[in-house]
Design a binder for this molecule. Structure first.
Ligand code: ZN
Length: 498
């Protein structure tokens, strides 16, 4: 094989994978946005075929041969191709380690699990979900062994979501969070709560849509390259760095809900749109990892979006659109209301301060389930005990407890910690950003261009040209979770007058 021929094959395979992914994404997007409600069947068949084709491409011996050849000629490759060979080679190795029949059986199981989980959640009946969850845990323990037999099973799974992250890394991280946040939450709890009732007045959806348009302009999201739709659960989907879609959900009695989901998803979109076009149509396109992605969405949502300077900047527009609802409210009232912190039951509704404790509960349970020290049948009891211990709340039923998230039914074990890591990475990026430039002056004028330029330079532009650990190093330096606890302590001390 000639080097040029091998590179040509490499490019060809990646374009095919891009096309299959695009087709699957388009079907998915259609299904959750405009498709009529009883039309899922055909899309399900098509998605199954597309997944099968992608699997065939990835497990084709000819691809393994091409990659092996290129690995032998690594010294002759430029950085772009060397990274493609590294990343695609890794994905191929991971996928071919799982026997094809187990891979297919698992795909069917997660499909079934999603349906069972929905029903179990609806009637708050963990027993209904238990047999499926047992099988999912079993499979994931087996897959962990395939991925890396030298690692503890949960470490092997964590490594699939956030390369380089393991239980030792997370243990240190969560220990710092626990020691600093538990007393901070207690101190906040002893103070009177700000009034947030005005957030729940009636906010007409049409005015909220106009407000979203405004927010997208503030985030500099070019509508020719970034669309916004409406779905039950907001998300971001990227086709290319020229074509990104976000969604939101409008609640008539909760103006903050869509406000912050647009900024959150807008942060994900900002990242995708800023990736260097030279990695387009390759396995290096798009954000590098879930943790780094969340660091960006949460940076815009919490660090910028829930700051007093930013709220002061956008408040005149809010008062223009919601003149009656906000007539007796100041920007500072609004800032206090959207930062109200209180231990609660539901992760996705949790405030910035208590959010990580929700993650820690899930981490402890996953670690024990995959490590084999907790049986599935004991999950509800453990869940409820940990919620009491970490957050001081009583879980009334499994729908508000261990059945609330879809992750396990989708077969994702080891995914949750990325949310907490993302928040912590973002806080450390802020610390570095503040050392280099005036962050809050421009933000106070509604100008995010300097913030976005900094993030583009340190994080966004690379796509997967660097590994997640290299990106974190590039933007944060050595990971230091106290940057995050310091940030929260400062913020909540000011908010609650501690
Ligand atoms: Zn997100």
């Amino acid at each position: 094989m000639e080097l040029q021929e091998a590179l040509h094959r490499l490019e060809d395979v990646q374009r095919k994978l891009f096309a299959y992914n695009s087709a699957a994404n388009a079907l998915y997007l259609d299904g959750v946005t405009v498709a009529p409600k009883d039309t899922a069947e055909g899309r399900g068949v098509a998605l199954g075929v597309l997944a099968g084709e992608r699997h065939k491409i990835m497990t084709d011996p000819a691809l393994a041969e091409t990659l092996a050849f290129l690995e032998q000629h690594k010294g002759e490759l430029d950085r772009l191709h060397a990274r493609q060979v590294e990343e695609l080679g890794r994905s191929v190795r991971q996928i071919t380690r799982i026997p094809a029949e187990e891979f297919m059986a698992y795909a069917m199981l997660t499909n079934e699990a999603d349906d069972v989980w929905h029903r179990a959640k609806e009637c708050s009946d963990f027993e209904l979900f238990r047999p499926v969850l047992e099988k999912l845990v079993e499979y994931n323990r087996k897959f962990a062994e395939y991925y890396d037999p030298d690692k503890a099973p949960y470490d092997a799974l964590l490594n699939e979501y956030e390369r380089g992250v393991d239980m030792a890394y997370l243990g240190d991280f969560f220990a710092v969070l626990r020691s600093k946040l538990v007393p901070l939450i207690k101190a906040v709890g002893a103070k009177p709560q700000p009034d947030d009732s005005f957030l729940h007045r009636t906010y007409p959806v049409q005015a909220q849509r106009e407000f979203s348009d405004y927010l997208m302009r503030v985030l500099d999201l070019d509508r020719a390259h970034c669309g916004i739709g409406e779905t039950e659960h907001p998300f971001t989907l990227n086709f290319t760095s020229q074509d990104v879609r976000i969604t939101t959900n409008y609640k008539v009695n909760d103006v903050a809900s869509s406000l912050y989901s647009v900024i959150h998803e807008g942060g994900h979109a900002r990242y995708e749109l800023d990736v260097d076009p030279q990695v387009e149509y390759t396995c290096l396109a798009g954000g590098v990892s879930m943790g780094v992605h969340e660091s960006q969405s949460r940076f815009y949502e919490n660090i910028i979006g829930r700051s007093l300077p930013f709220i002061k900047a956008i408040f005149p527009k809010m008062q223009e659109l919601f003149s009656e609802q906000l007539a007796d409210v100041t920007a500072e009232d609004f800032w206090r209301a959207v930062n109200r912190a209180e231990p609660s039951l539901i992760r996705i509704e949790a405030d910035e301060l208590t959010y990580c404790l929700h993650i820690m509960v899930r981490y402890e349970i996953e670690k024990a389930l995959i490590g084999g020290t907790l049986e599935v049948k004991d999950v509800p009891e453990t869940w409820n005990r940990l919620y009491k211990e970490y957050l001081g709340v009583d879980v009334p039923d499994d729908a508000h407890g261990c059945l609330q998230d879809s992750h396990w039914s989708g077969g994702s074990f080891g995914y949750f910690p990325s949310y907490a890591l993302g928040s912590a990475y973002g806080a450390q990026m802020l610390r570095n950003m503040e050392a280099e430039m005036d962050v809050w002056g421009p933000v106070g004028r509604g100008d995010l261009s300097a913030v976005t330029a900094w993030l583009k330079e340190k994080v966004h532009k690379y796509g997967c040209l660097k590994t997640p650990a290299e990106i974190v190093q590039n933007a944060c330096g050595d990971f230091d979770p106290t940057a995050y606890t310091d940030y929260l302590t400062k913020k909540y001390t000011e908010l609650y007058g501690l």
